[in-house]
Design a protein around this ligand. Sequence first.
Ligand code: CUA
Length: 345
Amino acid sequence: MRGPSGSHALRAAARGITAAGRLAPVWLALGLAACSGQQSVLQPSGSGARDAAILWWAMFAGAVVIFALVLAMLLYAVLQPPERRRPVSVDQMVIGGGIALPVVALSILLAFGLRMGSSTYADLPPDAPTVRVEGRQWWWKVEYVGNDSTESFTTANEIHLPVGQPVELLLSSRDVIHSFWVPRLAGKQDLIPGRVNRLVVEAEEPGVFRAQCAEFCGLAHTQMALYVVAVPPEEFEDWAQRQRAPAQLPQTEDQARGAAVFAGNGCALCHAIRGQNAWGQVGPDLTHVGSRLTIGAGLVANTVDNIATWIARNHEMKPGNRMPSYTHLDTDTRLAIGAYLEGLK
Ligand code: CUA
């Protein structure tokens, strides 16, 4: 016979379950909202990210099993009539729940984690591309390291990779701690001033993958993005060949005017444009800026209009960034600079 308190508890539990059931679509929508998208770790396209996703699902499954187990034990205890309830011994609780369960669960996780960690630091074939990525407040300097200076080149806020080939990233920082994270390709790795961290990234399919600084690094931290573009190997070689070349000379009258304004306003003190007497190292290298997807470190699409707006209003678009706002330049002048930079393919 079930005691009065047992049936009362049962009815209360049933009411709770019905209420939760009515909200099921809401829970489901909330739970699945983050399962896809350009920065979803659950939609891996790289070997490192795939390992992380497997680990995530394994931990999720483990958590579900343990949660169900705890709920079942709880229900069992609540539904027991009072006369059949008896206390669990301290030994059982300490040895079973306090030692055995955590040791088993953490050992399994440790084995998983060690295997995953070693794949992140995998050995590379000797011809694998090496890319130095330096975090700056708040953008990314990207340097492809070749066998000599004619093979090396510098770009910014965009990394191109050959699909199916591991690429070695050497991560460092010029100012504060940043963190490099392309959720769909690889695990997270910090960029720390004074040391170099290594991360191996391999894209399994072509695509454009958004990356984000994942360590709070100051005012514009949330606007410190980067795009990783994975293309077939032969396309990657073509791209690298174009990036090694010096900048294209202005082709139109507008572009020539833009180049003159660029030179006359001290832009070259901060920005480098190889082959055009601009050697600045403070801001992003602009030698082939026209070939990039975005400006402002993933902030807005790379268009003539956006460049013109950025030059005068970059502090509204990205508060805190280190570039001065050139409000004294009129719209036509800024559009000419936009046309010049956009021509640097
Ligand atoms: Cu760099 Cu956050």
